[in-house]
Design a protein around this ligand. Sequence first.
Ligand code: FES
Length: 168
Amino acid sequence: MTPSGKRQPQAWTHESLQREVDALKDEPGAMLPILHAIQDRCGYIPEAAVPIIAETLRHTRAEVHGIISFYHHFRSHPVGSHVVQVCRAEACQSVGSRQLEAHVKQQLGVDYHQTSRDNEFTLEPVYCLGNCACGPSIRVDDEIHGRVTAEKFDRLVDRLTTSILEVQ
Ligand code: FES
């Protein structure tokens, strides 16, 4: 992350992916730590990582794909500079997250699992951020925001967009 909060995924090569896998392959239950490490580094799990993980851990590629698709957290596609997650779980729904969700989609011009045309925002659903008492809750990159209204969300986007412009 830069001081503006802009994500800085690193470029990957076959060798760098293999290094990430090798560094964690002997951990108990190595699959999840490896997937987290790769996503932290690249911003997503590149398709090229799947055969490397499968061969190193002696799993099938289908098993690796199964784990990536089972966990909402893992992405198999690149994301924008900022990832916005809107909580869709019950406590947030009871205080208006569905209306907020509609506003967020309209404001960013995307649906879930899509990235805005300027490549700045990717929108994802999430099911509880552990901030239920302060819903509706969203997470933007690594920061959780509570009691989010449409106005508060717009201010947040303005701030992020302004900081993006300032670093260009
Ligand atoms: S239900 Fe939304 S943070 Fe828990």
